[in-house]
Ligand binder design. Sequence first.
Ligand SMILES: Cc1ncc(COP(=O)(O)O)c(C=O)c1O
Length: 363
Amino acid sequence: MTADTSTASLAFTVTRNPAAVEPARRAELLREPAFGTVFTDHMVGITWTEQDGWHDARVQPYGPLALDPAAAVLHYAQEIFEGIKAYRHADGSVHTFRPDQNGARIQRSARRLALPELPVDVFVQSLRELIAVDGDWVPSGADQSLYLRPFMFASEPFLGVRPAHEVSYYVIASPVGAYFKGGAKPVSIWLSEDYARAGKGGTGAAKTGGNYAASLLPQAEAYEQGCDQVVFLDQDRNVEELGGMNIVFVRKDGTLVTPASDSILEGITRASLLQLARDRGHAVEQRPVSIDEWREGVASGDIVEAFACGTAAVVAPIGVLKGRDFTLEQPAGTLALSLREELTDIQYGRREDRHDWLLRLDA
Ligand SMILES: Cc1ncc(COP(=O)(O)O)c(C=O)c1O
């Protein structure tokens, strides 16, 4: 499949939602939205066909999609998505964080899933177009944001196993507050020994639905074990990541260590936190980290902190790692929370954006 990089921008048609939520009801919905349960009045849609490339770019009322039951995505899971937030600053303006990175990542995911590549400029434009009509849905409360969910799938009705000739891209948006109830309190992690999330040469580095489907059963096992989240190992017993977050370890000398692997999702939150740590003079190592190194590091006092990170939850310190035959109490440190504060200060416009990570969406 060839990359469609020729289209730098598309003309969007806008159809307003005649049944848009009243401002008073919206204010009520924005007060304490549970993650991913409330959606805005509109969505963006763009269609791709082998013949015409990307076309029919539109903002339309949020609502159910009409899909042919033979749509290839329903059978062969040719699907990818992204997750990125819009933040309201104190002056009322709306900004997003490193959208070029999400745009580049959805292109990498597209390549792996044999989907067409949406030009990064069009990806960013699609976020702008949605904020232009639904900007009032960006909440202004502490730790609140508008979670933007771009996704792309094989909409061609065809039961043969090959890349679809018709693909749909949408962006929906959902106002959110803190991901974990109780804010940034330490989470407990279940070590999945029976199930893998990804394999060598598989789709682990792509943001594709199948990876998340594969994580649901081990995540259920984590809940049964009284844990919040699950962590996965690779075939060599190296730590990969959680179901939806990357993992970082802090050593006694201040070095941050995080798994390097081509079967984990390259998190934009992790890359940004590591940059902030480097700016403070911390060394950063990206290399395989075995589960034994983690356990022995905690036992010897060499690993003083571990945390998970991702767009939805930002940073979650790890308090406990539980395996089939052990429980590891991971000591709490202060670096994770301090990096979290610095990152969220930048995202919410409370601190200088010295790396030029923010992009204003509403102007
Ligand atoms: C499997 C997985 N790993 C890591 C991350 C973190 O990525 P990011 O920081 O870009 O949100 C995510 C998504 O949030 C994810 O789904």
